[in-house]
Design a protein around this ligand. Structure first.
Ligand code: SF4
Length: 422
């Protein structure tokens, strides 16, 4: 029987990065990747515990997988962020459930459950030493740390991924050098809370000093740990994209306290002022939750005014949903109605559209560098360093994927530019 696999990562970039390492382990066991899950013998799900909707999507798959599972044609694996509550319910449905930290032991775990032949124990290596199989030829995720010590009351990550562990900087730099040598152009340094990495500014400077034609980004910083030296380094090194996703989560100090986010509205706003003053042409985005437990109209209005003040180019706006096992689930009531959450979501989306359009006006008519991602419907699509989509017509014969191109920005629409190749 042929050995094929399909990896399904849900949620954030960390899961995508984990998925690339899961792929590497499966390929070492002789499996070949397929792009259609229906032709895979092994499906590995890298789960996301942040929202119930992500968990529901996994349940939705079982009616498609069940028959093939029962006939022995399909083996299903579950890893990633899985809360104990979900693990209990999902374990009987999967052939193997393992913690992502156990990934180096996956061959042994498969052997123990008779899903693979016995393997040599000496092949086992540390998680960070697994060479990922990248899905893209030009964009790569590079984990610099795992876990989180912040314990925001709504968040499952500290329970599913454990405490912070940082990766040695020499290993990170070696992985980035290897990617640059292979032609990668868009390097994303990843961690749940990257700026609690010891010497994060030095790491950024070291990566951005490497020779080659590439961009560097990082996800996700915590406002509490965002230091002035990171702002200085970002301004200094051209390869560091002038774009920061700075999760606010709420514009109300009272709500932030309930969320166990250790900063005030004023401290967050001061930080965004410092970033704008220190990094010319910087673009800010955020993560923000509407309808968190007990959020009043006045508290929501503070989130809205914070968004208006900062003027983001993008915001990942979430309607709060309870995650079982978190402090918020135990301590607070999810008492904002679904209708109010939806209304608040729509109000913030409208603010975002306004600030995005206003921010882009001065950029119209300028020539911007665009990293091209794909060709679709007679147009090339890429992103500028601010992560804004740029669309431009050009002959399809020339393969521009993964190249930097100069594009004049002619027109702006909500969340994208239309331009002309120069
Ligand atoms: S900083 Fe807060 S929201 Fe982010 S991963 Fe850690 S606990 Fe979760």
């Amino acid at each position: 029987m042929s050995k094929t696999y399909y990896v399904w990562p849900l949620g954030c970039q960390t899961n995508k990065s984990d998925g690339e390492r899961v792929a590497a382990v499966l390929e070492k066991l002789g499996y070949d990747r397929v792009d259609d899950e229906q032709t895979a013998n092994v499906i590995a799900v890298v789960a996301c515990a942040i929202r119930q909707s992500a968990v529901d999507r996994i349940y939705g798959k079982f009616r498609h997988w069940e028959t093939r599972q029962q006939s022995g044609e399909l083996t299903t694996l579950l890893t990633g962020c899985v809360l104990p509550h979900d693990k209990q319910k999902l374990t009987p449905k999967f052939d193997l459930v393992f913690d992502i930290e156990e990934l180096p032991k996956l061959p042994q775990l498969l052997a123990q459950t008779n899903l693979e032949e016995t393997v040599n124990q000496r092949d086992q290596m540390a998680y960070f030493d697994i060479q990922p199989i990248h899905n893209s030829t030009f964009r790569a995720w590079v984990p610099i740390m795992k876990g989180c010590d912040k314990f925001c009351t709504y968040c499952a990550v500290p329970y599913t991924r454990g405490r912070e562990r940082s990766r040695p900087s020499a290993d990170i730099i070696r992985e980035v050098e290897d990617l640059i040598a292979k032609g990668y152009k868009d390097i994303h340094l990843l961690g749940q809370n990257v700026n609690s990495y010891p010497g994060f500014a030095d790491l950024l400077a070291a990566v951005a000093s490497l020779p080659g034609d590439f961009w560097v980004r990082f996800h996700a910083p915590h406002p509490k740990d965002f230091t002035a030296d990171v702002i200085r380094v970002m301004a200094q090194y051209p390869k560091l994209c002038k774009q920061i996703n700075l999760p606010a989560q709420s514009g109300s100090t009272k709500v932030l306290r309930r969320m166990n986010r250790p900063y005030t509205r004023e401290q967050y706003l001061k930080l965004t002022d410092d970033i704008k003053a220190g990094i010319p042409n910087v673009s800010l985005s955020t993560d923000i939750i509407v309808g968190f437990c007990g959020e009043t109209e006045a508290e929501f209005a503070e989130s809205k005014s914070l968004m208006e003040y900062v003027g983001y180019d993008m915001a990942f706006i979430a309607q709060y949903s309870v995650r079982p096992g978190t402090v918020a689930a135990r301590r607070f009531e999810d008492n904002v109605s679904h209708a109010d959450k939806k209304k608040r979501f729509e109000e913030l989306t409208a603010v975002l559209e306004t600030t995005f359009m206003a921010n882009q006006q001065p950029r119209l008519g300028t020539v911007d560098t665009v990293l091209v991602e794909k060709y679709s419907k007679d147009h090339w699509l890429g992103r500028n360093q601010h992560q804004v989509t740029v669309e431009f017509p050009a002959p399809s014969a020339a393969n521009l994927v993964g190249t930097f191109q100069q594009v004049r920005l002619d027109k702006v629409e909500p969340f994208r530019f239309v331009g002309t190749l120069c």
